[in-house]
Design a protein around this ligand. Structure first.
Ligand code: NDP
Length: 452
């Protein structure tokens, strides 16, 4: 590692102790960027790396709301506005008990690089709260969302910062948040994406992250003259990203074998088909139930509860492809070894940073087709960008138009990432390629704008 990067990382660690996910994400990106910084001294002169790792603005706020028993509850809300060099801040909101500042800084940092890769003009941000929507009534979720937006509204805007969904924030929550924004700001603008179709949303936005991850997988397989037809696939998660990953895999003739939630995973050796996926969508999106019910409904499938054994048996099931689509660090070194040993040829990350650094090393050593989240899951924010354009035009594009644009964007990301990897003598290394291709556009804008 170069002295320059080492010193930035040391300083970062001292200033951000207790934020392991943020340090992990930054360390991976900065290590990839060493050859670029060496080739272009302007980045060092302009302290681009030092500025890139410091959020432009962090907002933390109290969210107090009343539960169904009339008791006042207090949560903590956040918005990390990381970088606006190439466009307004853009990135999702996460409602999950594990949310804290360091987690959102990691997600906001990744978002900066990812948004740059989409080819659209979007800066990077992330936000959320340590609120757990699980087990809460619709009324409680609504009151929480309204309280959250009552503070957040003053920091966002269609040309300033445009939040979207993430874990725990789906169509229902976006509706409550948008309604409250409109009520306070007295404006109907595209201040959030992921909106309903009849109030400013875009076709394909709910599907975009999952579909995009599968399109990216198709692009990667095509480099080895292969396709998804007949391929067995491991999918983790059963939320938004996992559901539409499975939907697109089925459509393309692949055979998804698994889905999961934080209680465990189901394995269906016959494959998850459209009827079974409909069951999962109703279970998760309407009844808000648990994935174990899948195995009760379809007896050919089994449910394995999560145990803290140092590895996840989901990743030990033999298959051709893996689509981690639940959460960060869900594939560790042991899991990655299992995947490689069992013959997985491709990993396309629907989730953000689902693989630990040790796991990433295993994939790179094995020369798998490994698409890191910031490239493979960029379809979600890309269609959010298209939703922003439609909002500003006051027009709605057709499903086919948006899907075609999504395919074109995933193709462009794949081409640019591969080209960057080749330019820096690491052909086929999608990690290096994504980090470099995403960085250069943002870094050049930071140099041009010289906001120092
Ligand atoms: P959802 O809330 O819709 O679904 C999340 C899924 O992951 C659920 O099945 C959930 O299970 C599971 N999960 C969450 N936390 C954990 C955990 N700690 N351990 C095990 N399972 C867990 O979220 P999304 O599908 O939107 O997001 C999934 C991933 O994709 C995240 O990493 C997100 O950042 C990323 N992503 C999402 C985008 C989007 O457009 N939505 C865009 C790009 C990336 P349970 O129900 O038990 O909590």
């Amino acid at each position: 590692m170069s002295n320059n990067v080492k010193s930035i990382l040391n300083d970062l660690e001292a200033r951000n102790s207790g934020e392991p996910e943020f340090l992990q994400a930054v360390s991976e990106v900065l290590t990839s960027l060493e050859p670029v910084v060496e080739r272009y001294p302007k980045y060092q002169e302009m302290k681009v790396l030092e500025r890139l790792v410091e959020p432009e603005r962090v907002i933390m706020f109290r969210v107090s709301w009343t539960d169904d028993n009339g008791e006042i509850q207090v949560n903590r809300g956040y918005r990390v506005q990381m970088n606006s060099a190439i466009g307004p801040y853009k990135g999702g909101l996460r409602f999950h008990p594990s949310v804290y500042l360091g987690l959102l800084k990691f997600l906001a940092f990744e978002q900066v690089i990812k948004n740059s890769l989409t080819t659209l003009p979007m800066g990077g941000a992330k936000g959320g709260a340590d609120f757990d929507p699980k087990g809460k009534s619709d009324g409680e979720v609504r009151r929480f969302c309204q309280a959250f937006m009552t503070e957040l509204y003053r920091h966002i805007g269609q040309f300033t910062d445009v939040p979207a969904g993430d874990i725990g924030v789906g169509g229902r929550e976006i509706g409550f948040l948008f309604g409250q924004y409109k009520r306070i700001a007295n404006q109907f603008t595209g201040v959030l994406t992921g909106k309903g179709l009849n109030w400013g949303g875009s076709e394909i936005r709910p599907e975009a992250t999952g579909y995009g991850a599968v399109y990216f997988a198709q692009e990667m397989l095509a480099t080895r003259a292969e396709n998804l037809q007949g391929k067995t696939c491991l999918v983790s998660g059963s939320g938004n990203v996992a559901q539409y990953t499975v939907e697109k895999l089925i459509e393309l003739g692949a055979k998804p074998l698994t889905m999961s939630d934080s209680d465990g995973f189901v394995h269906d050796p016959d494959g998850i088909d459209t009827e079974k996926l409909d069951f999962v969508m109703e279970l998760k999106n309407v009844r808000r139930g648990r994935i174990r019910e899948y195995a009760e409904r379809f007896p050919g499938a089994s449910f394995t509860p999560v145990k803290d054994e140092g590895f996840n048996p989901l990743w030990a099931i033999p298959a051709d492809c893996a689509f981690p689509s639940a959460t960060q660090n869900e594939i560790n070194g042991a899991d990655a070894r299992s995947l490689v040993t069992n013959g997985v040829k491709l990993v396309a990350e629907g989730a953000n940073m689902p693989t630990t650094p040790e796991g990433v090393d295993r994939f790179l050593e094995a020369k798998l087709l490994y698409g890191p989240g910031k490239a493979a899951n960029a379809g979600g924010v890309a269609v959010s960008g298209l939703e922003m354009t439609q909002d500003i035009e006051h027009l709605s594009w057709t499903r086919e138009q948006v899907d075609n644009k999504l395919r074109q964007i995933m193709h462009a990301i794949h081409t640019n990432v591969r080209a960057a990897a080749e330019e820096y003598n690491r052909p086929g290394d999608y990690v290096l390629g994504a980090n470099i291709a995403g960085f250069v556009k943002v870094a050049d804008a930071m140099v041009d704008e010289s906001t120092v």
